[in-house]
Design a protein around this ligand. Structure first.
Ligand code: HEC
Length: 136
């Protein structure tokens, strides 16, 4: 069936060459530096950016998260929050944000942050750091 018959050795070399080429094209993985800004941004991009921007006024499916640490929950005037979020009645701090990422319903019962896949505790920590850094 093959147009160019190959020896098993030739196939093996080609496989190695393909693997090397692949390695060269993949940018050095940023997520491998725990705690670095890049890793934090990556975690945000992976888990939140589909729905959230950190730019002021830039609401998407979710409200923008500009200066979210220290911002009152459900308080943006131009975003249509669920009534649970509007009436949450607290100010986001690092602890609240981390817990919201891990278990949204335990922090604001009845919120409409759906369909949100969740993050690990480690990622949540990175994302809070990113949100703070991105809002300065
Ligand atoms: C599938 C879309 C989606 C994803 C993914 C998502 N969110 Fe949300 N988020 C929403 C929606 C929608 C709301 C509004 C919830 C409401 O009104 O009850 C929201 C609300 C919030 C709020 C409250 C904002 C405010 O003004 O009080 C925070 C904080 C938040 N999200 C953080 C995050 C973080 C951090 C991530 C990533 C770990 C994330 N979200 C991932 C859709 C999403």
């Amino acid at each position: 069936m093959q147009s160019r018959p190959q020896t098993p050795q030739g196939k093996c070399l080609r496989a190695i060459a393909a693997a090397v080429a692949l390695l060269l094209t993949v940018p050095t993985s940023r997520a491998q530096q725990p705690g670095s800004d890049d890793a934090a941004q990556q975690a945000f991009n992976n888990s939140c950016r589909t729905c959230h921007s950190v730019k002021e006024g830039d609401n998407r499916l979710g409200p923008n998260l500009n200066k979210i640490v220290g911002r009152k929950a459900g308080a943006l005037p131009n975003y249509n929050y669920s009534s649970s979020m509007k009436e949450a009645g607290f100010v986001w701090d690092q602890d609240k944000l981390t817990r919201f990422m891990l278990k949204p319903d335990e922090v604001v019962s009845g919120n409409k942050m759906q369909p949100y896949g969740g993050v690990s505790a480690e990622e949540a920590g990175k994302i809070v750091a990113y949100l703070q850094a991105a809002s300065q």
